[in-house]
Design a protein around this ligand. Structure first.
Ligand code: ZN
Length: 418
């Protein structure tokens, strides 16, 4: 699957600080403790109703994380999947009288365009579920070799009793896990299962649904095994960061990580689990099922500059849920205008302390609001005609571009807008 283009990043003097980040499994902010190359897997979208602001906020988290790591001298090997075959696609196709493959194709294109507009750094490998079916089959065979599969009718399940660490990421009670599984594609009530929480590995062919041949009969992959197979193939038996929205903590990440650990015997599969909090609208989490969505493409169509959308998202910490309001766009546009005006001067307040502050804030659990506040202070000083350091505005522009991913190059007459 084609990824999307990376926007250029300004070079900064010196080097950033080592990242400390909130790890869901331990419930604490910890040093990432990665080697020169950081391997990161982030769960991608199911391509329908793309790209709402909850998606955008999620992928911004891993974009910021990547920027901090690059600035600190790491290389980042970033892999993201796209679940381009799944029940919601079939339901949408039926409702709209379309081919599910066409919905997946057009929504994937829209997602790529939105990510490009928001200057979200792309994964090195962007991998579809359909193209990964041979990898899934191989992984199920591996689990079968470890006696970690069983059948219910023609479907294949994974017994969670094979995974001693199951539950160590989400820390939920059994009842809470059952409830979350039921609401997130699981089938805890299905008769014949050894444990209500056992996830599906391979769904045997059903009338009217697509299917692919396999040694266990025609069918299609379960959701969690798809990510485990892609991550193991593209990144190896152990990764530094498992990312995704906080709604994926259970069952998706708990199950996917259990599949990987049982198949390879390597623990932990994910050394750090970084989750992004949910974005709400009208008092509820933004979700497809509820229909309370605001889309990146709709804001862009209304003429909102992508840099303003990005700034509106940067105003929130990735571990804290928040509510989208239309006025956020106005606040962000004003902020963008102030930053742009401040950075359009040829001289200004020394920007080296700003570089230090932005680096410190972002290295401290990706404190984007703290970094935004530091830029605000520098811009206020510059607009108050403070400072006489040549090229300080150029350094401020580079900081904002490289670490926050916001392009504030001054608009020149007849030139581009943002
Ligand atoms: Zn996933």
């Amino acid at each position: 699957m084609r990824s999307w283009p990376a926007s250029a990043r300004s070079q900064l003097p010196g080097r950033g600080f080592p990242l400390r980040v909130f790890d869901t499994a331990t419930g604490s902010v910890r040093p990432l403790e990665a080697g020169p190359t950081v391997r990161m897997y982030v769960c991608g979208i199911t391509p329908y109703d793309a790209t709402h602001l909850g998606h955008a906020f999620t992928y911004l988290t891993y974009d910021l994380l990547t920027r901090v790591l690059l600035d600190a001298g790491h290389e980042v090997h970033y892999v993201q999947n796209i679940t381009d075959v799944d029940d919601p696609l079939f339901e949408r196709a039926k409702r709209d009288g379309l081919d599910w493959r066409e919905i997946a194709r057009s929504q994937t294109d829209l997602f790529r365009a939105d990510m490009t507009a928001l200057r979200i750094l792309p994964p090195a490998a962007y991998v579809g579920a359909v193209e990964s079916i041979p990898l899934v089959i191989e992984l199920i065979e591996k689990l079968r070799g470890r006696e970690a599969t069983y059948r219910v009718d023609r479907d294949i399940y994974f017994p969670i009793e094979a995974a001693p660490r199951f539950g160590k990421i989400s820390h939920l009670s059994f009842d809470a896990m059952v409830e979350r599984a039921a609401g997130n594609g699981g089938d805890p009530d299905r008769p014949g299962k050894k444990n209500p929480l056992d996830p599906l590995l391979w769904r045997a062919e059903r009338p009217g649904e697509p299917a692919w041949p396999s040694p266990f009969g025609p069918g299609r992959p379960g959701w969690h095994i798809e990510c485990a197979a892609i991550a193991l193939t593209y990144l190896g038996a152990s990764i530094d960061v498992q990312g995704g929205g906080s709604d994926l903590t259970f069952p998706h990440h708990e199950c996917g990580i259990a599949h990987a650990e049982v198949a390879t015997g390597v623990q932990p599969f994910a050394r750090t689990c970084v989750h992004t909090a949910m974005v709400g609208l009208d008092g509820h989490k933004m979700s497809k099922s509820r229909g309370n969505l605001e889309f990146v493409s709709r804001l862009l169509a209304r003429g909102v500059p992508p840099a303003a959308i990005r700034i509106a998202l940067l105003d929130h910490h990735h571990t804290v849920g928040w509510e989208w309001t239309p006025s956020a766009v106005d606040v962000a546009r004003e902020r963008l205008a102030r930053w742009r005006a401040a950075a359009s001067h040829t001289r200004g307040p020394d920007a080296r302390p700003l570089l230090d502050q932005v680096r410190r804030r972002l290295a401290d659990d990706l404190d984007a609001p703290g970094a935004v506040a530091a830029v605000d202070r520098w811009a206020s000083a510059a607009l108050a005609a403070g400072g006489d350091v040549p090229d300080a505005p150029a350094l401020a522009r580079a900081i904002i571009d490289s670490l926050l991913g916001v392009d504030i190059e001054p608009v020149v007459a007849g030139g581009r807008s943002v």
